[in-house]
Ligand binder design. Structure first.
Ligand code: FES
Length: 247
């Protein structure tokens, strides 16, 4: 029996306990320093050089040209996104580089990067697994999903796996409640999950492949699982119901 099969079997047998002994999750404890203050470390300090790749520099130049002269700073969100896509997180030296590129004070970049929770100011693994913990997902079994993710990635919530492949965090509503429970891995949403789906997804990522995103229970989107209950007929032609003089 493979390791994956053993894990699924273990989880299957322990499932009732997990469901009936619900854990109480709160937002992971974060020190205020981590939220708002940068402290130089060996891996993250202004002396570590950061350069955009040539392709990314061309992207940035094209983006900045979309804004009138003097308003180049409006491109900050897109430039920071490019940083994060290039190296997976936004170190302090990259923040300084962005300030220099957009000719803005560094404090403007610090403000931006500490405001948005999706900005990673510390390295969060090759795959950042974000598990929704809000009410609809909780009612649909996100506790079990949390345990499955922790088991499959060998990484506890708030941590990073030993091989730096995965980091796991609990997040607020992902805006996909109709497909609860939901996890987001980097840009992709995995929806309508059960524990087996979680193991499959994580194992596929470990094999270097990207599993298909979206609902995992066969739904196309958020339609009823038992089939459509409304909008069963073709919509009327354009102009339907209008007075004839308007047609
Ligand atoms: S509560 Fe999980 S997506 Fe909204």
């Amino acid at each position: 029996m493979s390791l994956l099969q053993r894990k699924i079997l273990n989880l299957k047998t322990s499932l009732p306990n997990v469901i009936y002994s619900r854990k109480l999750y709160t937002t992971p404890h974060r020190f205020s320093e981590l939220l708002l203050v940068h402290r130089d470390t060996k891996e993250n300090n202004p002396k570590i050089p950061f350069q955009f790749t040539d392709a990314n520099m061309k992207r940035i130049q094209a983006l900045v040209q979309n804004y009138p002269a003097g308003s180049e700073r409006s491109a900050i969100s897109m430039v920071m996104d490019i940083v994060q896509r290039q190296i997976g997180w936004i170190p302090i030296s990259a923040q300084h580089k962005v300030a220099e590129l957009l000719s803005i004070p560094r404090i403007r970049v610090y403000e931006w990067v500490t405001f948005y929770s999706m900005c990673k100011r510390v390295y969060r693994g090759k795959f950042h697994v974000k598990i929704c913990k809000c009410l609809p997902c909780m009612l649909r079994g996100s506790d079990v999903i949390v345990q499955a993710v922790e088991d499959a990635t060998r990484c506890t919530v708030g941590g990073i796996s030993g091989d730096s492949l995965f980091a796991v965090d609990l997040v607020e509503c992902q805006g996909a409640c109709a497909n609860a429970p939901v996890i987001a891995i980097d840009d992709d949403y995995y929806e309508d999950l059960n524990v087996y789906d979680v193991y499959n997804i994580i194992q596929t990522l470990k094999c270097g492949l990207i599993p298909p995103a979206g609902p995992q229970n066969g739904r196309y989107a958020a339609e009823p699982i038992c089939g459509l209950t409304s909008l069963l007929t073709c919509p009327p032609e354009p102009g339907h119901g209008l007075q004839s003089c308007f047609k």
